[in-house]
Design a protein around this ligand. Structure first.
Ligand code: AMP
Length: 309
């Protein structure tokens, strides 16, 4: 059940209407591993600078994340900063400082190359393609991308689509990539370019899974306290891939359940700044929220209660 993630390990400065965090642990690979490690062992590949507070990642190692592929290079760590508006649905990137990330060329350690489950976090599509040249025969490769790469490296993103099994992007990115404002049509267009499966994330409004045979929708978990949505998408991916790797199958029912686990992990990520909520999250708490999710979304009325509908 080996699960490999390649992505950013960052220091984030985030401002929300509820507070501010400076140089907090962040990055796609960090959020992904924090979520996925609640399900199965994870292998992480990334790079940080010599200024990175490595002790902050100890909780990942304690939860079974193999940090053997995390290179520490001379120079500054990747830093991202962003600010959220009052409804927390839109965010503005204030600054991106690549630091050692500028020269990052992922080297997959020999012991990670047989990974069965692979997640390519949001990095340059050329680098994502480079990772695919190094892994042997994964059961499922899923990848993320962002508006920046669709803008400046569209052809490479399209090359990537031909080589991955699944794409996980948000609704804006799906529209941008396909050139179609209608999400159902955008999905068919993306699937026709390669990936068998597609997940379109819609923030607090949930996520849609498109498979070759159908569509499944899961809402976002209605949280009373949303503190910081940074990393929710990567935590969704971690919960989703973690569940699949743990169950080891790819039946439609497994994929559907994985979407619910993704939604649950994404919701927990928003409850505090950075990875703070994921740090002490337990598998029991995840199961509790999945149970609540099932109650919330089931619309079969108990026998005998149909009257009046
Ligand atoms: P999410 O909120 O799930 O989209 O992910 C946010 C995380 O992505 C933050 O922790 C950032 O450090 C990281 N991030 C933002 N921009 C980039 C980028 N250009 N490349 C890699 N990681 C990024």
């Amino acid at each position: 059940m080996s699960l490999l993630v390649v992505g950013s390990v960052a220091l984030d400065t985030v401002e929300t209407p509820f507070g501010r965090a400076e140089d907090a642990l962040g990055g796609s690979a960090t959020f992904f591993s924090a979520a996925a490690s609640l399900f199965c062992p994870v292998q992480l590949v990334g790079v940080v600078g010599d200024d990175y507070p490595m002790q902050g990642l100890q909780f990942l190692a304690d939860r079974g994340v193999d940090l053997g592929g995390l290179e520490q290079a001379q120079g500054e760590s990747f830093r991202w900063s962003g600010v959220y508006s009052y409804d927390l649905n839109s965010r503005e990137t204030l600054d991106t400082r690549l630091g050692v990330f500028a020269d990052f060329a992922p080297k997959i350690p020999e012991g990670f190359r047989d990974a069965e489950w692979v997640f390519l976090g949001n990095i340059d599509p050329e680098l994502q393609l480079g990772v695919l040249d190094q892994v042997r025969s994964p059961k499922l490769v899923a990848c993320d991308t962002m508006n920046l790469w669709i803008d400046i490296k569209r052809e490479r993103v399209l090359d990537l689509l031909q080589r991955v099994d699944m794409l996980m992007i948000n609704d804006g990115e799906a529209r941008q990539l396909s050139g179609d404002h209608n999400l159902a049509r955008a999905a068919r267009w993306i699937q026709s370019r390669g990936p068998r499966y597609l997940i379109i994330k819609k923030g607090e409004h949930g996520a849609i899974l498109f498979t070759p045979t159908g569509t499944f929708f899961a809402p976002g978990y209605p949280l009373e306290e949303v503190f910081d949505p940074t990393g929710a998408g990567d935590s969704f991916a971690g919960g989703f891939m973690g569940h699949l790797a743990q169950c080891g199958r790819l039946e439609d029912s497994d994929l559907r359940r994985a979407v619910v686990y993704g939604s649950v992990l994404g919701s927990y990520a928003c409850e505090r700044f950075s990875v703070e909520r994921l740090r002490d999250l337990t598998a029991d708490e995840v199961e509790e929220r999945v149970r609540h999710f099932r109650e919330m979304t089931s619309f079969e009325l108990p026998v005998g209660e149909e009257a009046g509908v």
